[in-house]
Structures are given as structure tokens and as C-alpha cells.
Design a protein around this ligand. Structure first.
Ligand code: SF4
Length: 385
């Protein structure tokens, strides 16, 4: 277990995708011919103003679909970011997200050559009918090929994103997908339960009665069996949806879960430094024009009070089953004592065997981890008044 790095990490957002997947609630927009060169120029301008000499401990280039950029633009982006932030000398992990339809050998080679050392691949499913229902652009064969492309380009660290709980699917088909992905031996695997976020096409379909949702019972069964199979294959669960071989946890995402600091560049990118949070303008055109005018593309800045900051530490930290929340660090960051602020739930949750407080840390018990939403609800600041 390592403490959060002291210098802020760096997140860079590329907001465009070929089209919008039905379940997606990220700040992603269908690409309709916008000039991607200008997007890279604007990202570098924003980096120059907000991240000069940052020397970030980790970097994550996400989206959207960063690999929508041609290889030359990916190289220019990484070179520019290095010139401005010095990340190649400071970053212990530089991840780029990629989608199978656009990860060709040129792009993969450019990423590897210009500073990325980890690739996160959006595979989601190996079933044609599931990918179609999600409105994904690629098919199963392309996903498998993309893994080979990444390896051939020299990526030793690879994450594969998968989604389970497709309604009505025979669980065996999901477990076959899982086995096929494990046979590719990625170092890291993210298995997300299909979720229905406000405003997505999937949620609208469900609400219109045109898309059934898996029962809670079935979702729990899939979650538990997925964890069991991944553990058996040597992948430890270190976060609700994230599994890794020893030493292969995503260091950048751990910064978020450990309530560390990071600067977010690009349309809609969020950032957090100390007690201050900010979010950029979400609309890619509005963000770009603002940067080009020499203005700060900020949409909102928030300075939450200490109770909210403390709760948020638990919201993030309890997602980590082995490490939970460092209580001393929480006290120092917020000036509050969790045992006092969360009273009386603090003791009750321990008595009920949901929360374990031990060796200066608070974490969810095995049962508490399965009931994480209820556990967190009990700690919500409004419960304390
Ligand atoms: S490719 Fe990823 S970011 Fe783009 S729409 Fe699909 S899920 Fe969202």
C-alpha cells in the first residue's frame, strides 16, 4: 500500500468517438468531422497554461476514444505534453484508452514510442449480438486483434474493459467471454456491471419498456462468480470493478480512489487539488474556442466543506477492499475525526460487521463490500445532523 503521490497526476480528455454507445454517460460526442488537429493544439495550449513543469506521477489519456486521432496526432500530443509537463521523466504509469476499431499498428506504435506504457482497451463483450445492442462500432474479432496489436507494439501492461449483466443472457456465455479474455493474459481487467445512468439511450429504452433489466439477484450472482473466477485465475480484486495481477493495479485510478490530486485537461475534464475541485466546459467546441481565445475553459469550481470532503474520502476509499480509508490522512485533510462525525453509524456499522476499523484504517468487511451502497448511505452527512 503506498501513500497518494504528492504531486498532482494528469488526466487528458479526448471527447470524440465514432458514435455514442447506448450505455455511455461519459463526456463523449459523436465525431462529425471536427478538426482533431485543432483539438490537440487546444489541449497543448491548456496544458501550457495549467500544467507547465507539472512532472505528474501518473498520466491517463482517456475519452471518448483517444485512438480516433491519427498516429501523427497521437505522437504530437504525447510529445507536446512531455515538452510542457516533463511526464516521460516523472510518470510511473502512462495509460492511453483505445478502442478496437481504431487501434491499428501505426497508432499503437506511435503511442508506445512517444511515452505510453499502458493501454486500456474497450472490449466490453465478445458477443456480436451484445456489441450490436450496445451500439459498439467493433466486433469480437477486432477486439481480439487489438490485443495482439497492442502486444506487438510492445505494450507489456494491458487492461481490458468488459461489461456484464446483459439482460437475459445465459451466464455461461458471459463466463465464456471472461475465459476467452483471460486466455489473452491481460495484466489488468475491469469488469463493470451494465449500468443505467440518467440520460443514456439505454436508460430511455428501459424506461420505455423496450429493454429489460437483469434482476438484482442475478447481478449479484454474476458479480460474485466473476470475482471467484478471476481470483482463481490470479487476478486480485482491488476495487469494486477492477482486478489485477500482483503489482498491476492502475496507479492513476488509485489516485482518485485514494483522494489524491490531479489536473484534468480537455472538454469536461474534472480535476481535484487539495480541497478544490473543478470541471471544464463539457461541450468540445465551447471548450476549444475558450482555450483558443486565451481564456480558462472552466465550467465550475467547487470548494466542498470538510464534512463533504470526509464523506467523499469514504465514498472513494471504501471501494478498495484491502486498503479502505487511511483515518489519519482523512483527519489531516479535513480536520475532522471520522468516528465523531459519523456517530452513531460508525459504531453500529462495526457492530453489524459491515465496517472494519483496524490499524488506523476503515474498510468494508466482505459482507459490507457487497452492501456498499447501504453502508455509504449510513455515512451520508445528512444522517449525522
Ligand atoms: S467508446 Fe467509450 S467513451 Fe465512446 S461512447 Fe462508447 S463507451 Fe462512451
Amino acid at each position: 500500500m503506498e501513500p497518494p503521490p504528492e504531486r498532482p497526476s494528469l488526466y487528458v480528455h479526448l471527447p470524440f468517438c465514432v458514435r455514442k454507445c447506448r450505455y455511455c454517460d461519459f463526456n463523449s460526442w459523436a465525431w462529425t468531422g471536427q478538426d482533431l488537429r485543432r483539438v490537440v493544439d487546444a489541449l497543448l495550449l491548456e496544458a501550457e497554461r495549467r500544467a507547465r513543469d507539472l512532472r505528474p506521477p501518473t498520466v491517463f489519456v482517456g475519452g471518448g476514444t483517444p485512438t480516433l486521432l491519427p498516429a501523427g496526432e497521437l505522437a504530437r500530443l504525447l510529445d507536446g505534453l512531455h515538452e510542457i509537463t516533463g511526464f516521460r521523466d516523472s510518470s510511473r504509469e502512462t495509460t492511453v484508452e483505445a478502442n478496437p476499431e481504431s487501434l491499428d499498428p501505426e497508432r499503437a506504435g506511435a503511442l508506445r514510442e512517444h511515452g505510453a506504457d499502458r493501454l486500456s482497451l474497450g472490449v466490453q463483450s465478445l458477443r456480436e449480438e451484445v456489441l450490436e445492442a450496445y451500439d459498439r462500432v467493433h466486433g469480437p474479432a477486432q477486439a481480439l486483434e487489438a490485443v495482439q496489436t497492442a502486444r506487438a507494439a510492445g505494450f507489456r501492461r494491458l487492461n481490458v474493459d468488459l461489461i456484464y449483466a446483459f439482460p437475459g443472457q445465459d451466464p455461461e456465455l458471459w463466463f465464456q467471454d471472461l475465459a476467452a479474455v483471460l486466455a489473452l493474459e491481460p495484466e489488468h481487467l475491469s469488469a463493470y456491471e451494465l449500468s443505467y445512468e440518467p440520460g443514456t439511450a439505454l436508460t430511455r429504452l428501459r424506461d420505455a419498456g423496450r429493454w429489460p433489466e437483469e434482476s438484482e439477484e442475478r447481478r449479484l450472482l454474476l458479480f460474485q462468480e466473476t470475482r471467484r473466477r478471476l481470483a482463481e485465475a490470479g487476478y486480485g480484486q482491488y476495487e469494486v470493478s477492477n482486478f489485477a495481477r500482483a503489482g498491476e493495479a492502475c496507479r492513476h485510478n488509485l489516485v482518485y480512489w485514494r483522494s489524491g490530486s490531479w489536473i484534468g485537461l480537455g472538454a469536461g475534464a474534472a480535476g481535484s487539488e487539495g480541497t478544490r475541485r473543478r470541471r471544464n466546459l463539457a461541450d468540445p467546441e465551447a471548450w476549444r474556442r475558450c482555450v483558443e481565445r486565451g481564456e480558462d475553459p472552466v465550467a465550475e469550481i467547487e470548494e466542498p466543506g470538510p464534512e463533504v470532503l470526509l464523506f467523499d474520502r469514504f465514498l472513494m476509499g471504501l471501494r478498495l477492499p484491502w486498503e479502505g480509508v487511511d483515518l489519519e490522512a482523512a483527519r489531516v485533510a479535513t480536520g475532522l475525526d471520522p468516528a465523531a462525525v459519523f456517530r452513531p453509524a460508525w459504531q453500529r456499522l462495526q457492530d453489524e460487521g459491515l465496517l472494519v476499523v483496524d490499524a488506523g484504517r476503515a474498510r468494508a468487511s466482505a459482507r459490507g463490500f457487497l452492501l456498499l451502497d447501504s453502508l455509504l448511505e449510513a455515512l451520508l452527512p445528512r444522517q449525522q445532523v
